[in-house]
Design a protein around this ligand. Structure first.
Ligand SMILES: [Zn+2]
Length: 360
């Protein structure tokens, strides 16, 4: 992407974002002395030094969804509500709702993405089988994590952050419907999540330093640089606000968990829909519940056909995004039902019965 000014903080493969500190460049350099020397999404040696194979593999307790529809909802902010890093506004070519990237020569490249959703009213899980499968096969992916999810899953977040295969993206603080939120609420949903990422990166840096591995932190991005809309919903002003906060809005052109029948049928259906530069939507915390069965079949099928998996940021750097102005799942307008039933302005989830009906 073309330079936009500011200072280069990290490069994710060939994707380079430029940011400016909330104070000034000098201030940023004091906080982050390794600015400008970074590349990639993490460090294999850091990952393997901080956690054993067994700790990375996790266990079935990680899958559990607890406190469903807690009352009162947890609307508490993160320990720091404002991120230290502000991204430069998004360039013109990356504005809108990105659904796919057109790549020269129709190269067989795609981005596999997983949402890690968590609302104010529940605490969701983490399907370890999915992450273990990707690590075993060496498959890159982008995880769009809620800020509250990151706070309730610090270990898993830091593991994803440290892993060079994976990129973390912003999925709002409590899975708000941003078609309904006003400017203040949208900003909190987005920036609290950016701040939570920074807090956990700082904790990761402390652990790295304790092992004499502080230099490895240079490869861990300072900030998340892509955003996914909860429910795939937005208003026109949502896109303007996110562009001002420097976050390209990334959706998908392939639903990885759609259809009926066996996991193999679903995996083959999704694999058959992949085009050059496709972005595939899946979930990694049991929404839906069968994704872990689909992932290995889907990945094997595409690897067998000669496809290459990259992160969203790397995909964006490879070509020209295809965009729309109104987010949707499969067809334009198909998720507007998510705009009804919200108490408040969109941050609180609709009632449990409505959630049970939609499965979201
Ligand atoms: Zn979500």
């Amino acid at each position: 992407m073309p330079p936009q000014g500011g200072i280069a903080v990290y490069g994710g493969g060939v994707f380079h974002r430029r940011v400016a500190c909330v104070c000034c460049v000098v201030c940023a350099c004091l906080f982050f002395p390794s600015l400008g020397a970074m590349a990639g999404f993490g460090s294999e040696s850091l990952l393997r030094s901080l956690w054993t194979q067994g700790e990375l593999a996790g266990n079935p307790a990680d899958h559990v969804v607890t406190r469903p529809y807690a009352n009162p909802a947890d609307l508490s902010p993160p320990a720091r509500t404002g991120p230290l890093i502000q991204l430069d506004p998004t360039s013109e070519g990356l504005r809108g709702v990105i659904r796919r990237v057109r790549i020269a020569n129709d190269a067989k490249v795609l981005a596999l993405t997983f949402d890690l959703c968590e609302r104010a009213s529940n605490r969701t899980g983490y399907r370890t089988e999915i992450v273990n499968c990707l690590r075993e096969k060496g498959v890159a992916a982008t995880f769009f994590a809620g800020g509250k999810w990151m706070r309730s899953h610090p270990k898993q977040t830091m593991q994803l952050m440290a892993d060079p295969l994976f990129e973390l993206g912003n999925h709002s603080w409590t899975h708000a419907n941003l078609a309904l939120t006003d400017g203040t609420e949208t900003r909190d949903q987005v920036l609290w999540t950016q701040a939570q990422y920074e807090l956990l990166r700082e904790e990761l840096a402390r652990r790295a330093q304790a092992r004499g591995l502080e230099a490895e932190m240079a490869a861990v991005p300072m900030s998340m640089s892509v955003f996914r809309l909860p429910y795939g919903r937005n208003a026109p002003e949502t896109l303007q606000r996110l562009a001002a906060m420097g976050l390209p809005v990334v959706q998908w052109d392939v639903l990885g968990e759609a259809g009926a029948g066996s996991a193999r049928n679903m995996a083959l259906r999704a694999a058959g829909e992949v085009r050059s530069g496709s972005i595939v939507l899946m979930h990694a915390n049991a929404v839906p519940r069968h994704t872990h069965d689909i992932v290995p079949l889907f990945v094997d099928e595409l690897l067998h056909r000669g496809w290459r998996f990259v992160t969203v940021s790397d995909l964006l750097a490879m070509g020209k995004p295809e965009t729309v102005q109104d987010g949707y799942f499969e067809r334009p307008g198909d998720k507007r039902q998510f705009d009804t039933g919200y108490p408040g302005k969109g941050t609180l989830h609709p009632d449990p019965q409505a959630a049970a009906r939609t499965g979201k």
